[in-house]
Design a protein around this ligand. Structure first.
Ligand code: ADP
Ligand code: MG
Length: 609
């Protein structure tokens, strides 16, 4: 039996399980609880998108859950809107509030972000209690109608269970799809390293708002389920800060970043108190102690624990062997795909020698310190240009301004005649400047392949909808991106490492990966900040070779480096900085013999050696 048949069988089993489940359980009480658990599950999966994927701590998930519940409850009870329309309204109303909360809180991170979201939850609850004319105040809303199919009302928990189960499967499927898509990878890039995400072409502001909105939409949907099943009654105290914390525990307990984990967490925390009721007065204590112990001893949650079991490793290998990515990587090693992709990429020769980048009077001041002080520089197309100078002379600061991380305090930068000084890093990346960092900044927890896929952010265009639903054209785009990523990894010498976690690579290979991530965006100009730092002699030799290869592909390089052998060997042109000022420029021979450079920099190098 091949893998696809097995997967279909698995799916068929799931369908049968869902169909017979209410008949097997056959208790309204338990089915009600299970529907509640599913409502929590969907809200927790949503929280998992903003927290687990995008790394933004939100403590307002119950507020969005409440917004969904109230929106649909009010529309259906006050205006007689059909319950199914209320469902969409709940999703979109909560998502809109997600945007609303997302925009002002974007400048915040960590504890501050968490506090702002707590504040939002508290405000919402005050509104629910006090805007009596709209929400009914603390009495809440009663007699919320059930959903229906045809003429059949889904007022029995066993009936509503089918709606809940289908929704849960769809929302889980969407969240899992999202993780393996352009948008999902952008989210995870933000979580792993926001600065690197920006310079890799991810519009971090935009994607953070998107993550907030989607996460809130999930919660809103969960709220709709809650309002129209269970007790058909809602009141403000259900949507409190405590509930947000509970949803957070569900998401984290299940396993940060795992949709299935969120479901496990939600089901466990909803059903466990009921199971423990026989302990009478002690049950809350046992329950709380259990959660605390799990949090301490299973930091990566239940999903983390399960994923280390041998059976799940096997299951994953089996599942992944059938995955498109794995097949594509396997196929690339046997076919001529790499050679042909390489041929396409070589564009050397067009416009070589023309001015690509012009820097005029560039300055950056930190308080009283002039880190860069009126630097003029020209980088010509096709050249390897080096920027050298003693530590603290302003080299990294210059690269940071070129890539948009710092806004210059003075001067101009133009790329192909267009002014780019002060523009956002992701915009500059899209215009054709890619970079690596002096202190490697990879998306550490992601695979090598994912890192290089994120590098193609600007070359691809799948939006949120296609990232969730994976239509054919999205899969086609992914396939093209993967082929290019595989080719680029082979180019820098990381073939066979595609599925390794990137921070598990040795230092030298991490540098190569960072270079591959930058190269795959087809930059016109590649900025390298001390690429040879920390490399041994053999690795440095490979690097030199790689630099020439990159240059042959028609990519212009601006290189900051301390290894003088390397600099003198590869550079067409060298600019020397000292205390933020340019003290010399010229060819390798001119620089080597320039007295001022020897005094300020080269002399000390020899002295140190
Ligand atoms: P280089 O890369 O040439 O070793 P840098 O560009 O990193 O030097 O630093 C130049 C000067 O600017 C140093 O004195 C450094 O301390 C200072 N500097 C760099 N970044 C910042 C910052 N974000 N805030 C304050 N000072 C900074
Ligand atoms: Mg530096």
């Amino acid at each position: 039996m091949n893998t696809n048949t097995k997967k279909l069988l698995l799916l068929a089993f799931l369908v049968v399980a869902v169909v017979v489940f209410p008949r097997v359980v056959a208790s309204s009480y338990w089915l009600n609880l299970i529907n509640l658990a599913i409502s929590f599950s969907i809200a927790a999966i949503g929280l998992n998108i903003v927290l687990g994927y995008a790394g933004q701590l939100s403590l307002a998930q119950a507020a969005f859950w409440g917004i969904g519940a109230y929106t649909s409850a009010l529309l259906t009870t006050q205006l007689g809107v059909p319950v199914w329309i209320g469902m969409f309204a709940a999703f979109f109303m909560a998502a809109s509030f997600g945007v609303l909360l997302g925009i002002p809180t974007l400048k915040l991170s960590g504890h501050y972000l968490a506090m702002a979201t707590i504040g939002f939850g508290i405000i919402l609850q005050l509104v629910l209690v006090n805007a009596i004319w709209l929400t009914g105040g603390s009495d809440g809303i009663i007699k919320i109608p059930s959903a229906w199919i045809g003429s059949h009302e889904l007022d029995e928990p066993g009936d509503f269970f089918y709606v809940a189960a289908v929704a849960l499967i769809l929302f889980t499927w969407g969240a899992i799809n999202l993780k393996d898509s352009r948008v999902g990878r952008a989210f995870m890039a933000i979580r792993e390293n926001e600065m690197a995400a920006e310079t890799t072409g991810v519009d971090t502001t935009f994607y953070k708002i998107m993550a907030f909105a989607l996460s809130a939409g999930y919660a809103g949907f969960g709220g709709w389920m809650f309002a129209h099943s269970c007790s058909h009654y809602i009141s403000p105290d259900t949507f409190s800060f405590d509930q947000s914390v509970m949803l957070l525990v569900m998401a984290v307990l299940g396993g940060n970043g795992s949709a299935i984990g969120s479901i496990v967490g939600a089901v466990l925390l909803t059903l466990l108190p009921e199971v423990l009721r026989f302990l009478k007065n002690y049950y809350m204590m046992v329950y709380a102690a259990g959660i605390v112990l799990i949090m301490i001893y299973m930091p990566s949650g239940i999903a983390g624990l399960v994923s280390h079991l041998r059976v799940s490793t096997r299951l994953r290998t089996w599942w992944n062997a059938g995955s498109t990515a794995a097949r594509q990587v396997a196929a690339s090693s046997t076919s001529g795909e790499i050679a042909s992709a390489k041929a396409v990429a070589v564009t050397k020769g067009s416009g070589a020698g023309e001015v690509l980048l012009t820097v005029k009077g560039l300055a950056k001041q930190f308080g009283g310190l002039k880190a860069v002080d009126g630097v003029d520089m020209v980088v010509r197309r096709g050249e390897i240009q080096a920027l050298i100078g003693p530590n603290g002379s302003g080299k990294t600061t210059t690269l940071n301004m070129l890539s948009g991380l710092y806004i210059p305090t003075g001067g101009e930068i133009s790329l192909e005649g267009a002014a780019i000084a002060g523009r956002k890093p992701h915009v500059i990346t899209a215009l054709g400047i890619a970079r690596t960092f002096q202190n490697i900044r990879l998306f550490g927890a992601l695979t090598v392949l994912d890192n290089v896929l994120i590098g193609q952010q600007c070359q691809s265009k799948s939006g949120l909808i296609s990232s969730i639903f994976h239509p054919p054209w999205q899969r086609a785009e992914e396939s093209v991106m993967r082929a290019k990523a595989i080719e680029m990894l082979a180019f820098v010498g990381l073939k066979g490492k595609e599925f390794a976690q990137s921070n598990s690579l040795p230092y030298g290979q991490q540098r190569l990966l960072e270079m591959a991530r930058a190269l795959v965006s087809d930059p016109k100009l590649l900025l390298l900040d001390e690429p040879a730092a920390g490399l041994n002699a053999a690795e440095t030799e490979t690097l030199v070779d790689l630099l020439f290869q990159i240059s042959k592909r028609g990519i212009t390089i601006l290189l900051v480096e301390h290894d003088m052998n390397l600099v003198m060997n590869v550079s067409d042109h060298i600019t020397v900085l000292n205390f933020g000022r340019k003290i010399a420029e010229g060819t390798a021979e001119e620089i080597e013999t320039n007295q001022e450079v020897i005094d300020a920099y080269l002399g000390t190098e020899v002295g140190n050696a």
